[in-house]
Design a protein around this ligand. Structure first.
Ligand SMILES: Cc1cc2nc3c(=O)[nH]c(=O)nc-3n(C[C@H](O)[C@H](O)[C@H](O)COP(=O)(O)OP(=O)(O)OC[C@H]3O[C@@H](n4cnc5c(N)ncnc54)[C@H](O)[C@@H]3O)c2cc1C
Length: 493
């Protein structure tokens, strides 16, 4: 139910008194823009108010003010996600746009950490650290030109969260908390995570359901002095998968991305701006970061020997181009402006071949429907020392979202704005994405991101599910923060 007009007017006045009038948005098109992610969500809400706090204290003041109001609070970073995790459930939601919390508070090369507010983009972090010839120990999302530090903390990333040393967050009761060595009352310094229970971990991957992260500390390292690259092609998918598994012990590799023929073409076209020279073949792209050139090349040589058992070598410029790729969200559209949606699954390494085969069987069984809807399929695979990740991507022509249009070159945006809506494609893609998710979950997969779409709670064993519910109940008894996330209460996917 929408709150009364009088209440709404005083709420707007109070919010404006905290963040300043320009940072409270009520205009409908803007509210819709902030409330939409990269996918379609039938029945999703549009926030009633978008408010952009500029400091942790302002976040605290907003939360304290909203306590007891019964209002849903949706938390948005860069907005680059695809799983309905900040998209409001209802139309009365207050959406917190975190992008104004964008200060890097400290770079401490001596104690090896960086403290950044959570609205910083990853590009800001990379740029700030490069001045010190340092990097963070974290697999930065490819969307990091727009995606924020807070979004990755709340969502997890494929490479794992070990590089995170501590978190500063505002709880639903307005308390400001810090974790790890940063939690000390006197002389707090965010240099060590493993001080007491891992309270940092509690807030990682919570999709914002447990608290609003306002700053984080990341471990930093000297930038690698040399990188080696290599690309290979394989005549079949099993050959690519077997090679990736054979490489899974090569812990020194810093990139190992496998593409099916379609993704190879799309990636190269978007990356180079020209049609891809390759027309067939599954491809694998490696990078090895090391202390010096000889070590980087030794790593590549060892991997090359494994790859050449089943594949043949391509120009290393392809992997070098991918490895050096600037953070960009241009990849959310093909060169022609087709939309894209990925559905991610994580398996143990031993199940890589089976999972890939089952996905291929599924896609083949639906081939006629995909052709009828002119949907192209491209797949991404990667195997690291911990797990195998499988990510089919659907590409199709449909009205390009405002979210994508605002983050690409304006000339292209003008052109892509003319692409018409295809309602039948929308229904088909939505159905197929759910089918692929269910296939993965039936096969026992877990996922990198645990948004509303991935139904996290219902897949847990009863004891763990109860623990999750108890934690939510303790941290957010009024269920204000991103309600429905983690599959908790009122889930709809
Ligand atoms: C082109 C493209 C490439 C991508 N590449 C990758 C990739 O390489 N790796 C990868 O893992 N993902 C990738 N993604 C998915 C997505 O961009 C990442 O998950 C990213 O980390 C989301 O960050 P964001 O700031 O945009 O978060 P949002 O989309 O704004 O939010 C994501 C979640 O975080 C929560 N949240 C955001 N900020 C806070 C905060 N301060 N406190 C509490 N909760 C918060 C939101 O409520 C939501 O649940 C890609 C997406 C696109 C479009």
């Amino acid at each position: 139910m929408m709150p009364g007009i009088e209440t709404e007017t005083s709420l707007l006045r109070d919010l404006a008194s905290i963040v300043g009038p320009p940072h409270v948005i009520t205009e409908e098109a803007e509210r819709r823009y902030f409330s939409s992610d990269f996918f379609y969500w039938d029945g999703a809400g549009t926030a009633a108010i978008v408010v952009s706090p500029g400091s942790a204290e302002e976040v605290q003041a907003i939360i304290r003010m909203l306590a007891g109001s019964g209002r849903e609070i949706a938390i948005r970073g860069g907005g680059m996600s695809t799983g309905r995790s900040y998209v409001p459930q209802g139309n009365a939601a207050i959406l917190l746009d975190m992008q104004r919390l964008n200060r890097i508070r400290e770079i401490n090369p001596k104690d090896r950490y960086l403290v950044a507010e959570t609205g910083c983009t990853w590009q800001q972090i990379v740029d700030a650290l490069s001045a010190h010839e340092m990097v963070c120990d974290f697999t930065i999302p490819g969307s990091g030109s727009v995606a924020t530090v807070g979004g990755a903390m709340a969502h997890n990333v494929t490479g794992g969260m070990k590089g995170v040393l501590g978190i500063e967050a505002v709880r639903a009761n307005g308390d400001m908390i810090r974790t790890g060595s940063w939690a000390r009352e006197a002389a707090p310094a965010p240099y060590w995570r493993d001080y007491g229970p891992d309270l940092t971990g509690l807030f990682l991957g919570d999709t914002g359901a447990f608290g609003i992260k306002t700053a984080i500390s990341l471990h930093i390292s000297p930038a690698p002095e040399a990188s080696g690259f290599a690309s290979f092609a394989f005549s079949s998918e099993p050959d690519l998968i077997l090679t990736m598994l054979a490489l899974s012990n090569c812990d020194y590799l810093s990139m190992r991305s496998g593409f099916d023929p379609a993704l190879t073409r799309i990636v190269i076209e978007v990356q180079t701006g020209t049609p891809a020279p390759l027309t067939s073949g599954w491809t694998l792209h490696l990078r090895c970061d090391q202390l010096n050139e000889a070590a980087a090349q030794a790593g590549i040589l060892r991997a090359r020997n494994i790859c050449l058992r089943r594949g043949y070598e391509l120009p290393q410029s392809i992997a070098a181009g991918l490895g050096a790729q600037r953070l960009s969200v241009r990849g959310c559209l093909s060169r022609a402006g087709d939309r894209w949606i990925a559905t991610n699954a994580v398996f143990p390494l031993s199940r890589a071949a089976e999972a890939t085969e089952k996905l291929r069987e599924f896609l083949n069984a639906h081939e006629a429907e995909f052709i009828a809807h002119d949907v192209k399929i491209a797949s991404f695979v990667t195997a690291n020392p911990y797990h195998f990740q499988l990510e089919p991507l659907f590409w199709w022509s449909d009205k390009v979202s405002e979210l994508a249009l605002r983050h690409i070159d304006s000339g292209e945006a003008e052109k892509f704005r003319l692409i018409p809506e295809k309602p039948a494609n929308r229904v088909f893609i939505t159905h197929m994405r759910h089918e692929v998710r269910d296939l993965f979950q039936d096969l026992g997969a877990v996922h990198v991101h645990t948004s509303k779409f991935f139904r996290y709670a219902e897949l847990l064993c009863p004891g763990t599910r109860r623990l999750l519910q108890d934690i939510k109940q303790t941290l957010d008894p009024e269920n204000m923060l991103n309600p429905g996330n983690l599959g908790l209460k009122g889930v709809s996917s």
